[in-house]
Design a protein around this ligand. Sequence first.
Ligand SMILES: C[S@@+](CC[C@H](N)C(=O)[O-])C[C@H]1O[C@@H](n2cnc3c(N)ncnc32)[C@H](O)[C@@H]1O
Length: 269
Amino acid sequence: MKRIVQPEILDTLPPHDPRAVGSRNDLRRINRLMQNHRLMARALEKCGHDSAPKSIVELGAGDGSFLLSVAQTISPRWPNVSATLLDLQKNVVPQTLVDFAAVGWHAEIVVADVFDWLKTSDAGEVIVANLFLHHFEDARLAEMLRLISERAKVFIAIEPHRASWPLVCSRLLLAIGCNDVTRHDAVVSVRAGFSSNELSALWPDKKKWELTERRAGIFSHIFIAKKSGGDSISELVGRASSRAARTVWLTSAREGARPTNLRHSEKIN
Ligand SMILES: C[S@@+](CC[C@H](N)C(=O)[O-])C[C@H]1O[C@@H](n2cnc3c(N)ncnc32)[C@H](O)[C@@H]1O
């Protein structure tokens, strides 16, 4: 099945549009169904062995509920992690930050375009993405992966697996009450998803990285890139965090602005 990238409706709706709110609720249920948080927690632990990283960045974090589920799964073994939730839109509600704090994680929100942020930020260490990479054509994706590889020591992405079975199931979402936005975007997402070693093929500098890519769970596709060298995540992160203070960019665009209106950035520390 050829990879086809098409626009998703959720990306074009203002955060408070009722259809967008409904679709984000659907997404939370679909993530639970796909068990992506468990796949991510397992992959993080495998990459980090017994030691937790100091910080984890999620690209395209949406309302933050995915990384919160990961935190809730992994925090008994990995307490005190700083989480950065990066997204083009401001969708994270204050309660989500409270829920992160309840499991001992500190979460901060960054509203920015992923490319702008990766080019200007020093923050890398451990970067993750869930249902995000499939939004981009191969050329843009290769550019994003290059920027990530220059910053992160570990990168883990979980995406839709592009195959007939997930495509059939994506057409049945009315049965679990998903709205029109979710039903449209789910089919588009599977067609734009990944199979075999497509993400590995786009990863730069393969000699210095250990790459793992495979089908995971029932509908998902996992890609793991870990910088070679035998260091644990905490050793890698310790070194990274002793670099100049991290720069976080928070767009000053007002809540509700469409992605294309987000142009200005304001340094907050
Ligand atoms: C399908 S949602 C996934 C959200 C979250 N990862 C989850 O699993 O619930 C994709 C997210 O990517 C964000 N996004 C799309 N293009 C982006 C970009 N260029 N920079 C930052 N975020 C982007 C959208 O705003 C949306 O919240």
